[in-house]
Design a protein around this ligand. Structure first.
Ligand SMILES: Cc1cc2nc3c(=O)[nH]c(=O)nc-3n(C[C@H](O)[C@H](O)[C@H](O)COP(=O)(O)OP(=O)(O)OC[C@H]3O[C@@H](n4cnc5c(N)ncnc54)[C@H](O)[C@@H]3O)c2cc1C
Length: 450
């Protein structure tokens, strides 16, 4: 009996999963394993919204495996130790897992490799599982990653994504009993955002299909329209791997048209940030391009930002959407992050940490590098641009419907009033936490632009 272990990580799916397919090709018995890693818990990365979504994903993965004759084995502890234990229990000859991009993933890979060193069992890593294109697959000459998106995108497009793999028909477990912890239940997780989406591969594939079958044409012009909500909302599924980035990019490319092209470009942004982090693990919490910032830290202002009470309606709407759904529209993320880092001139790490506490798609590569992009310490080629929350609101929420949805205090206001409520009297809504002109001057001085 030839046994392989499949260690599921950020690839909680049966469709288009090169890790699972390789294991099934190489071995006649496969043990699907997920380890609830103590290190993730210690790092505080198991925030309630992601834990709840993960519970859905594990339940669905287990159900899909059972339909095919298998099941998910769940263990809790240090990943390397648990993998070794299972290898000893089953006599597995190989452990298959997806290659990751973060420092955490690199350490985990190394620990598993070390733990297996004297077992005769090999670790096999698979590329292009978490991303559509593997990090390092395209690089500028003499460098290990692209630091600018546009040239990366040209090479990304030319390289093309790999073909899609189907889901396996059967998964055969080794003979005998295998111990497993009980699956976590979403309902047992406390402090979950009330509007959190459902997780799991079936939910992800349903969303992907309706997105690809829908009017993607509207995406090209509408993806920045805050109230229109015309983006895919697939980010949590891409984060947990319940939807494959390669399959999604391949299918969106086939669909084509301006909407399909604009959407594929966003998927390439995801790969771009992943290849930056893969080459620069330190960029998760250190400035990618230090600017000698001496950030401010006013606790009242930070609290106003976190709770959606800055007095700038579009920023407050975005922050309240985050609290309610565990998700925020991309334009909202840009505005909220610009407001914190450039208008309040607060360290991007404060904002990134808060986002990671709430975002269901909270992802080290995408979150930290987007925060750095906005703060001007990352890969933006115009690092000192400041987004004005009033002009941006008038442009991306012209009727005020996004603000009305999330800031009920302002629901009765006309479109012409809603983005500047300080001009009106008698509202139960805070005044602006800062004057925009003064804030811009402060930022320009700090960056030596005055
Ligand atoms: C400050 C800030 C923090 C962010 N934090 C995260 C995060 O933790 N996790 C996360 O997945 N995305 C993050 N993003 C990127 C982006 O906002 C979300 O991916 C997007 O809003 C998710 O919605 P969607 O799936 O409907 O996107 P769509 O517009 O439908 O795009 C499809 C997919 O493309 C990818 N994508 C889109 N925009 C970006 C981008 N700017 N960078 C990288 N990938 C992108 C995402 O995987 C997304 O699901 C952040 C952006 C900013 C400005």
């Amino acid at each position: 009996m030839n046994v392989a272990v499949v260690l599921f990580t950020s690839d909680l799916r049966l469709h288009d999963n090169p890790v699972l397919r390789s294991a099934l090709r190489d071995a006649d018995r496969v043990v699907p394993l997920f380890v609830r890693d103590e290190a993730v818990h210690r790092a505080g990365f198991d925030a309630p919204n992601r834990l709840a979504f993960l519970a859905d994903c594990l339940a669905d993965l287990d159900a899909g495996l059972r339909k095919r004759g298998g099941r998910l084995v769940l263990r809790t502890g240090a990943v390397a130790k648990e993998v070794r234990r299972l290898v000893e229990e089953t006599g597995a000859g190989a452990v298959h897992m997806a290659a990751g991009v973060s420092g955490y993933a690199a350490r985990r890979e190394e620990q598993v490799r070390t733990a297996l060193a004297d077992t005769g069992c090999e670790l096999r890593l698979h590329d292009a599982v978490v991303t559509a294109l593997a990090p390092g697959r395209v690089v500028p000459s003499g460098k290990d990653h692209f630091a600018v998106f546009t040239p990366y995108f040209r090479r990304w497009e030319a390289a093309g994504v790999r073909g899609t793999l189907g889901a396996p028909r059967t998964v055969r477990l080794p003979d005998g009993e295998l111990a497993s912890d009980g699956l976590p239940a979403r309902d047992d997780v406390k402090n979950v955002s009330p509007g959190l989406a459902d997780g799991g591969e079936r939910a992800g594939r349903k969303l992907m299909t309706s997105w690809l079958d829908g009017d993607m044409g509207a995406y090209a012009d509408g993806h920045d329209d805050l109230a229109g909500d015309a983006t895919s909302r697939l980010s949590p599924h891409l984060h947990f791997g319940t939807v494959s980035a390669a399959e999604l990019a391949g299918r969106a490319r086939e669909k084509g048209g301006p909407g399909g092209e604009a959407f594929v470009r966003q998927l390439a942004w995801r790969d771009f940030h992943h290849q930056v982090l893969a080459a620069r693990h330190d960029a998760s919490w250190s400035d990618y391009r230090p600017r000698e910032d001496r950030w401010r830290s006013d606790e009242d202002e930070i609290t106003a930002w976190k709770t959606g009470h800055t007095g700038y309606p579009v920023v407050d709407a975005a922050m309240r959407q985050l609290a309610h759904e565990g998700w925020m529209h991309n334009r909202g993320r840009l505005l909220a992050a610009s407001f914190l880092t450039k208008t309040l001139y607060v360290d991007w790490r404060v904002g990134a940490r808060h986002f990671l506490e709430l975002l269901v798609d909270g992802d080290i590569a995408n979150n930290q590098l987007n925060w750095q992009w906005v703060a001007g310490t990352g890969t933006d080629t115009r690092p000192n641009r400041v987004l004005n929350p009033v002009t941006q609101a008038k442009r991306y929420d012209p009727d005020g419907d996004y603000v009305r949805r999330w800031v009920p205090e302002l629901a009765e206001l006309e479109a012409s009033e809603i983005h500047e409520p300080w001009k009106l009297d008698g509202l139960d809504y805070p005044g602006p936490v800062v004057d925009l002109g003064e804030a811009r001057a402060r930022f320009e001085k700090a960056r030596g632009l005055d």
